[in-house]
Design a protein around this ligand. Sequence first.
Ligand SMILES: C[S@@+](CC[C@H](N)C(=O)[O-])C[C@H]1O[C@@H](n2cnc3c(N)ncnc32)[C@H](O)[C@@H]1O
Length: 247
Amino acid sequence: MDNAFIATNLDWDHRTPTNGQRFVNRVLRKLGMHVRLSPAPSDMANVEARMNLFHLLEQTVAFGIPGDVVDLGCNAGDSSVVMQTVIQGLAPEKQVHAFDSFEGLPELTENDRGDGVYSKGHMAAPIDQFKRKFEALGLTLPHIHKGWFEQTVPSALPDRISFALIDGDLYESTRHVLPYVYERMAPGAIGMIAVYYDACVFPRKGIHPGYRSPGVKRATDEFFADKPEKVSLLYANEYSNGYFRKK
Ligand SMILES: C[S@@+](CC[C@H](N)C(=O)[O-])C[C@H]1O[C@@H](n2cnc3c(N)ncnc32)[C@H](O)[C@@H]1O
């Protein structure tokens, strides 16, 4: 399947430096400093993360892994659009399920407050914005589960999952959904953890630390400490992604 739609239909977040930044970059280069300014990254998945999503999801279809597809933290729909496009085109018998509060992040607990990164309501995207994205692209709407994960997961999860994107940004959100998703995954199913940031994939020099979500990696690593699967890393520009394949 061709994946050009990822760049043509969505914000492709190339982050070209502004004229002012170009000027500063030239000065920095002349001074022999190996840093470069560019616009701040957005809160949402960048184009590299969507490419990772596309290829991982397509693999589960190619290997014939049974089960439906879930997007846990769908926000305004950029990730769900990629998932729905792949499923509609290659495996229309599968269903896509999108979960979000559509009110942004929940109240932080002790487990996230210490990271000092986000606050309640951050990243709120109304459900209408999500629906409009699908209408504009002529795609079927996925099943939408509006509410806090603590209320919708596990009750609204499909019984069998072939692919899951876990993109809740917080320790608490990741910790809550992982066990329920994991136990429903068929052998060979893939779980992608967005913003599983690891400095060995991207050192983040010069990038504002406010975009880190250290709780996601913490919760994921804790969960997998006694599991046979290994979380692998994928480059995603200013983020890095993790994924595991269920044994
Ligand atoms: C980074 S955004 C997701 C981006 C999206 N996957 C994309 O690629 O465009 C994280 C989303 O998770 C949602 N979220 C985080 N924790 C949640 C929780 N406990 N319950 C419901 N939604 C939650 C937020 O509302 C937010 O929209």
